[in-house]
Design a protein around this ligand. Structure first.
Ligand SMILES: [Zn+2]
Length: 123
């Protein structure tokens, strides 16, 4: 969970379906893909999402040898190189000659009408 105040860019909440931490502004949970609200205003003018980063790659186990156990971890670092999130995505096993593909995408939307850091406490 972030400590951003509700209504500000980056504010989060828990998905009522899967309990993942998601953006407060999300209309569809990116984890379980359930619809979260039927906000007429949001539906009429959805902010266009862009994907500024997407990487995909696969590994194939050699045709011989012992199975490989794998662990997929994703980390997020801020501008100062500090780790702000670290998540275990999944684990599994690859047997001889098996292949697995991994894809990571970062989606972004404009936080329209919101101002970062606006708290109302400064004059
Ligand atoms: Zn969910």
């Amino acid at each position: 969970m972030s400590n951003v105040r509700p209504g500000n860019p980056g504010a989060t909440r828990a998905c009522p379906h899967c309990r993942e931490t998601i953006l407060e502004s999300a209309g569809v949970c990116p984890a379980c893909r359930h619809y979260l609200r039927f906000d007429a205003g949001a539906a009429a003018s959805p902010a266009p999402a862009i994907t500024p980063m997407r990487i995909e790659g696969g590994i194939r186990h050699p045709a011989d040898g012992e199975p490989w156990e794998y662990t997929v971890v994703v980390t997020i670092r801020n501008d100062r190189g500090e780790e702000v999130a670290r998540k275990l995505i999944g684990v599994g096993v690859l047997s001889a000659n098996e292949q697995c593909t991994f894809a990571l995408s970062v989606e972004a939307v404009t936080a329209r009408g919101k101002r970062p850091g606006k708290s109302g406490t400064r004059h």
